[in-house]
Ligand binder design. Sequence first.
Ligand SMILES: O=C(O)CC[C@@H](O)C(=O)O
Ligand SMILES: [Zn+2]
Length: 473
Amino acid sequence: MDEIDSDVLTRFSAIVGRANALKPDEAGEGYFSEPRDLFHGKAALVLRPGSVDEVAQIVKLAAETGTPVVPQGGNTGLVGGQQPRSRREILVNLSRLNTIHEIDTVGRTMTVGAGVILQTIQEKADAADLFFPLSLGAKGSCQIGGNLSSNAGGTGALAYGVARDLCLGIEAVLPNGEIVHGMRRLKKDNRGYDLRHLLIGAEGTLGIITGAVLKLFPKPKGREVAYAGLKTPEDMLKLLGLAERHAGANLTAFEFLPRIGVEMSLRHTEGAREPLAEPQPWYVLVEIVSQRSPDEASETLEALLSEAFEAGLVTDAAIAQSQAQADAFWTLREEMSWAQKPEGGSIKHDVSVPVAAIPTFLRTADAAVLSAIPDARIVAFGHLGDGNVHYNISQPVGADKEAFLARWDEISRLVHAVVRDLDGSFSAEHGIGAMKAQELAATKAGAEYGAMVAIKQALDPKNIMNPGKVIQN
Ligand SMILES: O=C(O)CC[C@@H](O)C(=O)O
Ligand SMILES: [Zn+2]
């Protein structure tokens, strides 16, 4: 059977109503393209359920008819996990589950539907004089359901953890259509297996997350950002150690940027300005907060930088003098991902290694990549404090894009071999999706992968939940 029977499609449409059951041409490209332009989705139907009960009915019908369903939030995922692959599949977009149900200012939690946009959550927390720390470049369009499904990391993970660490409760629809009512707000709850942690990071392969209870934090009273130039990755690492000593848990971001990436951000971001007078080989963006006062944050940052200058770790630095300047520093960092697009093809890696191994990783991976493609432009940047490097390789200037991208697997093998030798991960924060399912099967140790397959088969025996993602078909 190539396509889904039209009677079955009619039954699916009836669940959400005609206005929210869209044929692919009615739905438009926005549902089927993805940020990397590597996967182009195909589906029989786009369904936009308006309640968890509708999601449950959809999945029940999917189970009954053996129809694969692919959940999608803001469609910002970077490994193709949110893209259906054929006209045999149904796309379930969660955007309409966008209600903020409750903010508990005493227990510091927010109860939300899966379709709430991350930035909206940040803003609502802020308005309640609280803070939600998950943050990433796509915050204006990604949705919390997708953030949890992919266990997003982002720039706040250093102090506050990844999405998994920020979620107390989950509501989800399992592959048999049953609803898990787990919207708990308890810090302590040991009643058996924690399905929440199984569903977070499962990329929609074990069920569809429809709602969550999120942890909120006290809003820091002070927040200071500096942008510093350094000579080497070793110096960046030393500066990280110094920053941790000065700020402790108040060090909330430690991002690194290479000169070539900053040049790309400057070239392709409207209004972007160079913060320092002279170019430097590397930059770090340091953010320090204070729960007590704005002064404490700036004093800590100044003390850190002055020790770093004295130790010869930092060659030049700027401290943001206003919110606009802090935003400008962050923009240079956050635009780095998109700024590679107009530069042509980019072979991307989202890896992590033990933090101490970052200089070795960079040196060894650079040597391997440059021996294969001598004039490749390596844009290695990211979340240094988390050991998470976005090791991206832009095509040589003037090279043929398709020919360059055709070498993706060859180059990835080289980079991932270095990662493996350092006991790292080839998927730090973007997930497995369709892109890395094969590599996961080939590299994850037998017992661990075997248990993953057993869980998938137990919960989704018909393989209808986002098939082919994470676990190979
Ligand atoms: O484009 C990338 O490789 C990284 C995207 C994102 O995780 C970031 O940190 O900017
Ligand atoms: Zn990142």
